[in-house]
Design a protein around this ligand. Structure first.
Ligand code: SAH
Ligand code: SF4
Length: 442
């Protein structure tokens, strides 16, 4: 979401004549787009602003700005804490960035945060501007109404607001014309999408998938409580919908899930996993997990480990609980000792790595459709071009091949598997009856 928001900021600024700088040292304006989801993300912002403030002593004309969730959370406090900071603007102010920067350049120190009327929030979406590539994001909704007890997002990104389907499909059409082949529809809880005229999220998926030129469609993130039978069917019915779902579980303990205000049980969650796999047997399922939530004891943690064994996630993002200002969970009794949280996290992550590796190894010898995204950032030593792409299940694959494959869906036989990526070779004979490992010679 933040990557996309940064592109939106860049779009508004380029429209007013600003030019992107190749690097930080040549810039007259530096905007730090921030995340406040965990304390560590927030702390990184403060150390970066501190470093840039020192830089500003050498370059007094440099304009420094902080945007995004930390800006929304702290507002004027940031101007007080960092005298070298010129501008603070919150999550709803993206569409106003050019005017704010002009004022900062004229010498004002400004902090602008807080909600906006719906029409103004939605107006912040145009025009668009993207990093070059094969895959891109399209925001379909803003904000979140779920109020999970640990999470700052509803307070900082506001209430849920859906973009109209015509605007979303118009944006996707222009992206396809510009050469993008894969679109990821993004929002905090995409499966609660409902347009003004009643189009549901599965309806929106069908609309987007049907746009000529969309080779592959993805979405993130889904809340398990809103995962409808219609959405599960979509995986079986929409051929270009990637066979991957990111479905954050957060915990395997019903007691902890209730304290988190997630509004589903472990049984509900596992039932949905089973239904997804029944509808689409090769679907990849990934998750988010919070370890050491207040009150989590060893039996609760064992339930989380048990959920991991039962769901066998392809991968997960897991973190120790971080108390966030203004959230209900920050004041809950029974904080888990940091050492216990870290120990449990390691147990969880080690087991997840083993499962990921087992799942990935089972792919060796099979042919997968890989959307080639670009040149492998860490190429192999040989003379051939080394490409990178992703399977429908969102696994990164490195393979030798020519540059004209970039942007194309290509059959690739997987030859090697590790935790974070696969290796493969292009399968020339599509109807090869006998899958068998081949060495990737490069
Ligand atoms: N809307 C998405 C998640 C957005 S935040 C969803 O509900 O799935 C991304 C992830 O950060 C969450 O899934 C959660 O696992 C993690 N997270 C959020 N708040 C956190 C906190 N206070 N401490 C630790 N992890 C947190
Ligand atoms: Fe945060 Fe929960 Fe909303 Fe996700 S669904 S953004 S975790 S409040």
């Amino acid at each position: 979401m933040n990557e996309r928001d940064s592109e939106r900021v860049a779009a508004w600024l380029t429209r007013e004549g600003h030019v992107p700088s190749a690097d930080e040292s040549g810039a007259d304006l530096i905007i730090i787009n921030t995340c406040s989801i965990r304390k560590k993300a927030e702390d990184k912002v403060y150390s970066l602003v501190g470093r840039l403030e020192k830089e500003k002593q050498k370059r007094p004309r440099l304009i420094l700005a902080v945007a995004g969730c930390v800006a929304e959370q702290e507002g004027e406090n940031l101007l007080r804490r960092f005298p070298g900071l010129n501008l603070v603007f919150g999550t709803h102010q993206v569409g106003r960035v050019a005017g704010l920067v002009a004022k900062a350049q004229a010498g004002e120190r400004i902090s602008l945060v807080g909600p906006l009327p719906d029409a103004d929030r939605l107006a912040g979406y145009l025009p668009f501007h993207r990093a070059p590539g094969v895959s891109t994001f399209v925001t379909i909704m803003e904000g979140c109404d779920n109020w999970c007890s640990y999470c700052v997002v509803p307070a900082l990104r506001g209430r849920e607001l859906c973009r109209p389907p015509e605007e979303i499909s118009g944006e996707i059409r222009s992206l396809v014309e510009a050469g993008y082949r894969e679109v990821t529809l993004i929002g905090q809880n995409v499966n609660s999408y409902r347009s003004g005229n009643g189009l549901s999220f599965p309806g929106l998926l069908k609309l987007a998938a049907g746009i000529p030129g969309v080779s592959r469609l993805r979405f993130a993130t889904s809340h398990p409580k809103d995962l409808s039978p219609e959405l599960i069917r979509a995986f079986a019915e929409i051929p270009n919908l990637a066979r991957h779902i990111h479905l954050p579980a957060q915990s395997g303990s019903n007691r902890v899930l209730a304290a988190m205000n997630r509004r589903y049980t472990r049984e509900d969650y596992l039932d949905k996993v089973e239904r997804l796999r029944a509808a689409c047997p090769d679907i990849a399922i990934t998750t988010d997990m919070i370890i050491g939530f207040p009150g989590e004891d060893e039996p609760d943690f064992r339930q989380t480990m048990d959920l991991l064994e039962k769901a066998r996630f392809d991968g997960s993002f897991s973190f120790v609980f971080s108390p966030r200002p203004g959230t209900r969970a920050a004041d809950l009794p029974g904080p888990v000792e940091n050492a216990d949280g870290k120990r449990r996290l390691k147990i969880f992550q080690d087991r997840q790595d083993e499962i990921t590796e087992e799942i990935n190894r089972a792919l060796v010898g099979r042919v997968h459709e890989v959307l080639i995204e670009g040149i492998n950032p860490r190429p192999c030593a040989g003379k051939c071009a080394s490409l990178s792409g992703r399977t429908s299940g969102n696994k990164i694959v490195h393979l030798p091949g020519s540059l004209d494959l970039i942007g194309k869906i290509t059959p690739v036989r997987i030859t090697e598997a590790a935790i974070h990526s696969l290796r493969g070779t292009i399968e020339d004979n599509l109807v090869s009856p006998e899958p068998g490992p081949k060495e990737a010679k490069c």
